[in-house]
Ligand binder design. Structure first.
Ligand SMILES: NC(=O)c1ccc[n+]([C@@H]2O[C@H](COP(=O)([O-])OP(=O)(O)OC[C@H]3O[C@@H](n4cnc5c(N)ncnc54)[C@H](OP(=O)(O)O)[C@@H]3O)[C@@H](O)[C@H]2O)c1
Length: 216
């Protein structure tokens, strides 16, 4: 399955590199794809298959899409990716609606909404699945690096088949063991809020290689 990644920053590159190492053809989309030339050369020396392109080229390339753009810029970036290229596709969304002030993270969304919902509303023909937004990119692609993988993900989205496809991808590509389906895309309010807690816990720990585990 070909993966298109909207956003070629830290999260996009980490996800793209890990997926390519698992054999998935990947295209990263950026407003300035030329800035990725050296990075791609190093990655592909490892016999992986990563391409770079514009946001619309990456969106057109992917059969499944990942959205990894800064929250304030999400809708603008997805418009550049092109509604026609998102149409009918799964959009795995790891973005966060956050601002930083005095080193502290806060959400810019209002009470009772989330960035995941905003994206789903703006692009109704895409199938937004919100997952992994509260953990560091290094943990997203290597859950076993924390407590031998004994911790949990929480996934929301309106389309059951899209959530199943994302769940299968995360299990097969990265080895995630437990992924809770927490319902429709309004569940993004919970996982985006969870990022605030994760950020505080990471500060207390002194590192971000952490996640939460549900006990019941
Ligand atoms: N990094 C993590 O560990 C992590 C963990 C959880 C969640 N997240 C979330 O994932 C998202 C990406 O994080 P990151 O760390 O990868 O950020 P980053 O390194 O700052 O990269 C941000 C990306 O957003 C793109 N972008 C910014 N403004 C844009 C605009 N106006 N139009 C189009 N594209 C634009 C940039 O594109 P260009 O290449 O065109 O400059 C860049 O590729 C954020 O929402 C973040 O909160 C990140």
């Amino acid at each position: 399955m070909k993966i298109g990644i909207i956003g070629a920053g830290n999260a996009g590159k980490t996800l793209g590199s890990a997926l390519a190492k698992q054999g998935y053809p990947v295209m990263l989309g950026s407003r300035r794809p030329e800035k990725l030339a050296d990075w791609v050369q190093v990655e592909n020396a490892d016999h992986t298959t990563i391409f770079v392109g514009t946001l619309s080229e990456a969106a057109a390339f992917g059969e499944l899409l990942i959205h990894a753009v800064t929250g304030r810029d999400a809708i603008e970036a997805l418009n550049l990716a092109g509604e026609q290229n998102l149409h009918g596709k799964v959009l795995l969304d790891v973005s966060l609606p956050i601002d930083f002030k005095d080193g502290r993270m806060s959400l810019f969304t209002s009470t009772g909404e989330s960035l995941g919902e905003r994206i789903q509303f703006a692009f109704p023909e895409s199938k937004v699945v919100k997952v992994m937004n509260h953990i560091a990119a290094g943990v997203m692609v290597n859950p076993n690096s924390v407590a031998d993988g004994d911790h949990d993900l929480f996934m929301s989205g309106n389309d059951g088949a899209a959530k199943q496809a994302v769940s299968t991808l995360l299990q097969q590509a990265f080895g995630w063991k437990r992924i809770y389906d927490i319902g429709d895309i309004s569940g993004a309010q919970a996982t985006e809020g969870l990022a605030l807690l994760a950020s505080r816990v990471a500060s207390a720990l002194g590192h971000g290689m952490m996640n939460f585990k549900v006990s019941h």
